[in-house]
Write a protein that binds this ligand. Structure first.
Ligand code: NAD
Length: 271
């Protein structure tokens, strides 16, 4: 029990703040949008999947939170720009941007990976991050804010998921993007940080197209599981949402250009 004199634990509040989450219709985006709304933010839920964001919105509203939905494709400037603008205009401000939308795409040996498959993964994951932040920028510059980018251990700490080359390159690019724009935007008091998740239980793996990767994948067995903290179980989307909440809040007011790894130690074991 803390003594009467012990300082109270800080309460993370985003009351009065406006946040936007791309890919909010599923997985990490949904869990993070719910966390941000529970902390008091009005949250803009953007996704290609209109049904997915409607479900997220229903969950947020059932818990007493506030949100708005927009259907948008992050890889298409004609789609994402008006979605961001209409949400920020309706909300009157924008403080937090979580660029989370992403796909695993096609995992295949180089010889089997088609140019349009490469383009698709890079367009959603890397160009989508650029477009999301670019079109949010006029709003963020008004008061400062926090940009959070969802990268991955793949391409930044783990290079043994052979076949995931396009995905890994997109994720490595996102981390470079974070560091470049963290410096560029610091004078506007816009903080820019990356979250680096390891394996987290979401529907993304059901959507991954794996083609002929057994022929190139190294065969390594981790008899105690490949995630040290859990003995092998993947993380929960709420593990990532908690890191998003920290980076969105004033608790991280002196943190920019950084990376928070949320992987249960997976990338310490699997390089
Ligand atoms: P998910 O498939 O559950 O959710 C991704 C969401 O993004 C979906 O709702 C989908 O409709 C949306 N989306 C896809 N393409 C889009 C587009 N062009 N425009 C707008 N929305 C689009 O996946 P997730 O696991 O929640 O992944 C979220 C992010 O986390 C991704 O960037 C992914 O690379 C990253 N990540 C996930 C894991 C993991 O293990 N789940 C690990 C590391 C990184």
């Amino acid at each position: 029990m803390p003594s009467a004199a012990a300082p109270a634990a800080p309460v993370v509040s985003l009351q009065g703040r406006v946040a936007m989450v791309t890919g909010a219709g599923s997985g990490l985006g949904r869990a993070s949008a719910k966390r941000l709304a529970a902390a008091g933010a009005l949250v803009g839920l953007l996704d290609l999947d209109a049904d997915g964001v409607a479900e997220t919105a229903a969950e947020i509203e059932a818990a007493g939170g506030r949100c708005e939905t927009r259907a948008a494709d992050v890889s298409d400037p004609e789609s994402i720009k008006p979605a961001i603008e209409s949400f920020a205009e309706a909300a009157g401000r924008l403080d937090v941007v979580y660029a989370n939308a992403g796909i695993n795409g096609v995992w295949a040996p180089l010889a089997d990976l088609e140019p349009d498959e490469w383009d698709q993964t890079l367009a959603v994951n890397l160009k989508g991050t650029f477009l999301t932040v670019k079109y949010a920028l006029p709003w963020l510059k008004r008061r400062g804010g926090s940009v959070i980018v969802c990268a991955s251990v793949n391409g930044t700490r783990v290079f043994s998921n052979t076949g995931a080359t396009a995905y890994s390159c997109s994720k490595a690019g996102q981390v470079a993007f974070v560091k470049m724009v963290a410096l560029e935007l610091a004078s506007y008091h816009i903080r820019v940080n990356a979250i680096i998740p390891g394996a987290i239980m979401t529907p993304i793996f059901d959507k991954t197209v794996e083609r002929n990767i057994d022929s190139v994948k190294p065969h390594v067995e981790y008899t105690d599981g490949r995630i040290p903290l859990t003995g092998g179980d993947p993380g929960d989307p709420r593990d990532v949402a908690n890191a998003v909440l920290y980076l969105a809040s004033d608790l991280s007011s002196h943190v920019t250009g950084g990376e928070i790894v949320v992987d249960g130690g997976e990338s310490l074991l699997q390089g």
